[in-house]
Design a protein. Structure first.
Length: 607
């Protein structure tokens, strides 16, 4: 338990903790002014709330700040985990606590509203002040207007603010049934809006069946002109449905939520799929407040998105398990197959694209401090002849000892800063011996083949930690084998292993040197990238070697350990080369006794 030097109200808090029950519920942390600063839910309130005030030194800086600010705790016991989830969502919306990570205000999105009137209207709105039933939110106004136009062509309904006593021009041109003059009954008018509601919910199948039945009925009654009008409506709706459908119609009602996260922000994509069609797709940004994990953010965001969109889905497709999301609330599908897998992959592509947009926009709008980094990237754009500033830069480096234990590392810099969540490690799988070119070709091929096949965003610039040879290898793989267009640069070092040249391909495909002074801030940024990828690759190599996770046929020989195998590989380069040595050559490296063990074992295998 913490002491008064950390939180002066700890004695009061300790007494409060003793009275908290071991039940599911919601807890609220309050500051000295009585303001709710954090709302959370728990299966066991006693255990969860007490955990904030123990093992203080192990907490993240943000949680330490929260713990220092808490002066009182309020808890609400509920019957089930689902009740806790819903109450937490309600309280977060009510109090807007500073330490909770929250979605952007859903009021910023456009909705369609069916008004609560005797003769309803269909309105485009961004506010929830009008009484009525809201459908949405929609990602942008263009998609909503397109849907509104489709509905306008399918059905007759009024758009006037107040109903007059005479039919207006909208009736004369066939857009309104003139309920104001009694030419359309209230029951018939409301039946029209029942059909509109079904379209807005994505229920195309039922309304198409009804329209087809009506068309056949009209044709049987020899009312061919009306039947033809109904047929045109069917074609219009089928055309809209075919443009919206991405998977089989058997995927009837599911939500899809994916997440991508950086150190300070998380990005979410939410899709509603009804009868094979995506009827909503929204991306949102969340600023992390307490270093929450992806699963913790999803546990809070999914109910909020579910409520915003008035979703009726009982299944949610997610890229990872969300333990704090009760199955009684939504059934999680973390390993989708077939069409459901396609939906998740599409959502992941959307969230990655949205993350890239947000980063770029933030770099452009952060005020006077941000343009310093942006100006560097704009200078890099001009110096390297790039189509846009390289907001996303990836850099590779290999690490091995005379070809032994070969690995590679990749770092990513976003808006000029390290993005450690996107760093990647590679074990070299296909190259034997010290061949840096082949190793670079392997890891670059694996990295960008995956991005290409999964439809993920590519970097704005690829930097290889090497000279002309590495650049040609990278270009051969990216352009020649993968048929991708990623700009490539190289960082060459001098005899003292210090960065001294930035290289690029010119318009003729020849390598040119970009002149930069060692005092240039752009040179410092590139040097930072190079040092970081070198550190990352070397650290990975040392960790793998020290943990003994590299195994060869040498370590399988009785009496031969990691150090002996390491010494032999360091001296001769590969197991194959060790097998070609004489007994005397081996003895000079590891001594006569161990040389005999190795020699006999390897020659026994080859005999």
């Amino acid at each position: 338990m913490i002491d008064a030097s950390i939180n002066p109200a700890i004695e009061h808090i300790a007494l409060r903790l003793k009275t908290i029950p071991e039940s599911p519920g919601v807890y609220q942390h309050l500051d000295a002014g009585g303001t709710v600063i954090y709302v959370g839910k728990a299966r066991n309130l006693q255990r969860r709330v007490s955990s904030y005030f123990s093992h203080y030194d192990e907490k993240s800086p943000k949680i330490k700040m929260l713990v220092r600010s808490v002066r009182d705790i309020r808890v609400t016991v509920v019957a089930t985990e689902v009740d806790a989830l819903l109450l937490e969502n309600s309280l977060i919306k009510r109090y807007q606590p500073r330490y909770n990570s929250m979605l952007k205000d859903d009021k910023s999105y456009p909705y369609l509203c069916i008004t609560d009137e005797p003769y309803p209207r269909l309105l485009y709105t961004r506010r929830h002040t009008d009484k009525g039933q809201y459908f949405g939110p929609y990602p942008n106004g263009r998609i909503l207007r397109e849907l509104q136009d489709i509905i306008r062509q399918l059905f007759q309904y009024r758009t006037c603010d107040t109903m007059g006593r005479r039919a207006c021009m909208k009736h004369q041109i066939g857009l309104c049934g003139a309920p104001c003059t009694g030419q359309q009954s209230q029951a018939d008018y409301r039946a029209t809006f029942d059909q509109i509601r079904r379209i807005l919910r994505g229920d195309f199948g039922e309304i198409l069946d009804d329209l087809k039945k009506r068309m056949y009925s009209l044709a049987a009654e020899l009312r061919f002109e009306e039947a033809e009008q109904t047929k045109r409506k069917i074609h219009l709706l089928e055309e809209y449905q075919s443009r919206s459908t991405v998977v089989d119609a058997n995927v009837r009602d599911v939500d899809v939520v994916s997440i991508a996260a950086d150190d300070d922000y998380a990005y979410l994509n939410f899709m509603r799929c009804k009868n094979g069609a995506i009827i909503y797709s929204i991306s949102n940004e969340v600023r992390k407040q307490l270093d929450e994990s992806d699963a913790e953010i999803l546990a809070t965001a999914i109910p909020a998105l579910h409520e915003q969109t008035q979703s009726t889905a009982a299944e949610v497709i997610v890229p990872l398990p969300v333990p704090d999301l009760p199955e009684a609330y939504l059934r999680q599908n973390t390993d989708p197959r077939g069409d459901r897998r396609k939906l998740l992959e599409l959502s992941l592509r959307n969230v990655e694209s949205y993350r890239k947009q947000c980063r770029h926009q933030r770099a452009l709008t952060q005020g006077d401090a941000a343009p310093a980094a942006l100006r560097l990237l704009e200078r890099a754009q001009k110096a390297l002849g790039l189509p846009r500033p390289p907001m996303e830069i990836e850099c590779f480096d290999n690490s091995n000892i005379q070809g032994a234990y070969p690995v590679a590392g990749m770092v990513r810099f976003s808006a000029g800063k390290p993005n450690r969540k996107e760093y990647r490690k590679f074990n070299i799988k296909t190259v034997e011996g010290p061949d840096d070119y082949a190793s670079m070709a392997e890891v670059i091929g694996r990295r960008y083949r995956r991005l290409r096949d999964e439809g993920l965003p590519l970097p704005d610039l690829l930097i290889v930690d090497g000279g002309e040879g590495q650049m040609h290898v990278a270009r051969q793989v990216i352009a020649g084998q993968l048929h991708l267009d990623i700009p490539i640069a190289g960082l060459a070092k001098d005899d003292r292993h210090r960065t001294n040249e930035l290289l690029r391909f010119d318009n003729q495909g020849q390598i040119a040197v970009v002149g930069l002074k060692p005092t240039d801030p752009l040179f410092h940024l590139l040097e930072q990238i190079q040092n970081e990828v070198h550190r990352f690759a070397i650290t990975f190599h040392k960790d793998k070697r020290s943990k003994g996770t590299f195994r060869t046929s040498l370590t399988d020989i009785p009496g031969i350990g990691q150090k002996t195998a390491h010494d032999l590989l360091l001296r001769f380069g590969s197991v194959k080369q060790v097998a070609l040595q004489t007994l005397d050559d081996l003895a000079q490296t590891v001594g006569a006794a161990k040389a005999r063990l190795v020699y006999d074992a390897l020659h026994a295998e080859n005999s």
